[in-house]
Ligand binder design. Structure first.
Ligand SMILES: Cc1cc2nc3c(=O)[nH]c(=O)nc-3n(C[C@H](O)[C@H](O)[C@H](O)COP(=O)(O)O)c2cc1C
Length: 373
């Protein structure tokens, strides 16, 4: 099944063009250097998977030392990490692939061990519903203002390094989402209370980045926003909240909104197709990046009829040439991998080890072969 639409050049509102409509989804590897830079294994992992993509989004980079969610996570605030990022951007540009860096603050999902033994900071003193969670402390007014500044500075660093844009990580229950969620935000000041007040922090972060780009960008520079449409907690974010969030966000000069979803066909808690529902509130002037378990040419066709662009992560783990094959109409896509394939697939060891904990997800074929012996 050839699919011509996905091969079209795409222009974002800021004027930046990408070669086609396939985006490499942000993937953190938890394999960075001591200083929070990309390791050489990380660089190999990204370069090997970048073939054929119009745009690559680098996985989450923390904007401040209090924002790290991983032991070997990446950050953008340490100047020591700029040279390797510069090199990676140059290499991707040589291949005509545009590159965006995702920036985040983990808020209550930061673990003391990864933030110099300190207590995580969050909108309110409510722990996340996770095994590893600890009690965060309420952010002070000064810390809130500083974190908005940290996002702005991260945006400026990304421009200096030569990135084509930044993606604000407002998904996966990190700090930006924590301010919007009535579960994690119980504040009574101007940052909490009504939906509008809970939205204030993320809108101020977006505004600060827009300002930075207006003042400092020497060429078209993207600003994207990633969001998760629903939470399981009660109270928590529901589709009605997300529709309001997107209605407000898309009034701002964003270049795209990017959903974080495990399956592009996923239904909301009310039983409606999430992407189709959100299409009703996202104006056509703001590109919508779809996502979630897109593997086969049939799935590519379906998602490309729903949204302007789509991102793909997992499919590239077992087949790093996934995008190239899809563009060429080559259906010989590898959907599983063997337990001995770590090096040939250029998957950093810490990420590989976490994949080994879910063998039925990643190593189906290998296990089936073993079972037949
Ligand atoms: C190893 C791995 C790391 C990920 N890291 C990030 C991340 O840093 N930021 C993010 O927004 N999503 C992250 N994700 C989620 C993906 O971007 C994507 O939304 C998800 O995997 C669903 O799409 P897929 O089925 O095409 O992989 C990660 C996914 C994987 C598999």
């Amino acid at each position: 099944m050839q699919n011509e639409k996905i091969k079209e050049v795409f222009e974002f509102p800021c004027g930046l063009n990408i070669e086609n409509r396939i985006v490499l989804a942000p993937m953190s590897t938890d394999s960075g250097t001591e200083k929070g830079g990309l390791s050489t294994e990380d660089v190999d992992f990204i370069l090997k998977r970048s073939e054929g993509f119009g745009m690559v989004i680098l996985g989450s980079h923390s904007v401040s030392p209090s924002g790290n969610a991983f032991k070997r996570g990446w950050n953008i605030y340490n100047p020591a990490n700029a040279p390797i990022l510069t090199k990676l951007v140059e290499k991707l540009h040589e291949k005509n692939v545009k590159v965006v860096i995702q920036i985040y603050h983990a808020g209550r999902l930061a673990q003391p061990a990864f933030i110099e033994g300190k207590q995580p900071i969050a909108p309110s003193r409510i722990p996340a519903n996770r095994k590893f969670a600890s009690y965060p402390r309420d952010m002070t007014e000064i810390e809130i203002q500083q974190t908005i500044k940290d996002f702005r500075v991260a945006c400026e660093i990304a421009m200096e390094i030569g990135f084509d844009g930044v993606e604000l990580h407002g998904a996966n229950t990190y700090l930006l989402q924590q301010f919007y969620s009535a579960h994690s935000n119980r504040r009574q000041d101007r940052w909490g209370g009504s939906r509008t007040k809970r939205m204030t922090f993320l809108i101020e972060v977006v505004d600060a980045c827009i300002k930075a780009i207006k003042e400092k960008a020497k060429r078209p520079f993207l600003l994207g926003y990633r969001f998760s449409p629903e939470e399981l907690e009660t109270p928590g974010i529901r589709m009605a909240d997300t529709k309001i969030l997107l209605t407000e966000l898309t009034k701002l000069p964003l270049d795209y909104v990017h959903i974080s979803l495990s399956n592009y066909q996923k239904k909301s808690q009310e039983g409606l197709n999430i992407i189709e529902e959100l299409n009703q509130v996202i104006p056509p002037s703001i590109p919508f990046i779809g996502c979630g378990n897109i593997q086969t040419p049939k799935e590519v066709k379906e998602i490309s009829e729903m949204v302007s662009l789509f991102s793909v992560g997992n499919a590239t783990l077992s087949d790093p040439l996934w995008a190239k094959k899809i563009l060429q109409g080559n259906h010989d896509i590898k959907t599983s991998m063997g337990m001995k394939d770590q090096k040939s697939l250029a998957i950093p060891l810490p990420l590989w080890k976490s994949m080994l904990k879910a063998p039925l997800v990643f190593f189906k074929e290998d296990l089936a072969k073993e079972a037949k012996k």
